[in-house]
Design a protein around this ligand. Structure first.
Ligand code: GTP
Ligand code: MG
Length: 219
């Protein structure tokens, strides 16, 4: 069972069945890189500079709209102490997108990233889409991983790359938008999804509000 020991999570309503698609996403990365802050910035537009390390695993739900489809994002935030195996067995068979997060203010071994990728493959998440994120880009003075290095790491692994700041709200929404876009593209390729959701590169930005009701709509 997911723990709600991090008091920042509070109560959540998971009962909303009113969606066209649900995507399970997981944010992973070493402790204190900003996973929980990133999620809270996206889901609640909130940020706190206090550090409360996540215990166990928890999630938030955010509903977005893409090409008039309602997509429910169930975004999991995992403490680095929780092993992949436990997560695989217990919660995450259906994970379809990952955010691999590091902070630009600490050195990051390529082997760590490789290890995360290998674990995904090991647990049969071959089809999952991944975005590499360098968080805390607001801390320019303390930066030790430069943008080119981040891009290079992402290229080596075949992932997209964003530099973000949960604190200053830089590229947080864009990261999720891109992840949803590539998931939709992948799914439409394999014909598991209504292709119209991914074909148009125009107007593909996610919206936080539902499309306007059609006149004379009987619903
Ligand atoms: P664990 O739960 O231990 O795995 O950590 P976490 O990855 O969830 O990190 P968390 O979001 O708790 O953030 C750790 C610390 O970094 C907190 O003090 C945050 O306020 C701070 N922080 C998070 N994101 C940013 C950011 O973009 N910029 C700056 N300057 N600080 C950040
Ligand atoms: Mg956390």
């Amino acid at each position: 069972m997911a723990s709600a020991q991090d008091s920042r999570y509070g109560q959540k309503d998971t009962s909303d069945q009113n969606f066209d698609y649900m995507f399970k996403l997981l944010i992973i990365g070493n402790s204190s890189v900003g996973k929980t802050s990133f999620l809270f910035r996206y889901a609640d537009d909130s940020f706190t500079s206090a550090f409360v390390s996540t215990v166990g695993i928890d999630f938030k739900v955010k509903t977005v709209f893409k090409n008039e489809k309602r997509i429910k994002l169930q975004i999991w935030d995992k403490s680095p102490q929780e092993g992949f195996r436990m997560i695989y067995i217990t919660y995450h068979r259906g994970i379809i997108g990952f955010i691999f997060m590091f902070q630009v203010t600490s050195v990051l071994a390529y082997s760590t990233l490789l290890d995360w990728s290998t674990q995904i493959k090991t647990y049969s998440w071959d089809n999952a889409q991944v975005i590499l994120v360098g968080n805390k880009c607001d801390m320019e003075d303390e930066r030790v991983i430069f943008t080119e290095r981040g891009k290079h790491l992402a290229e080596q692994l075949g992932f997209e790359f964003f530099e973000t700041s949960a604190k200053d709200n830089i590229n947080v929404k864009q990261t999720f938008e891109q992840l949803v876009d590539i998931i939709c593209d992948k799914m439409s390729e394999s014909l598991e999804m209504d292709p119209t959701i991914a074909v148009s590169k125009q107007n593909t930005w996610l919206k936080d509000t539902p499309p306007p009701q059609q006149p004379n709509c009987g619903c």
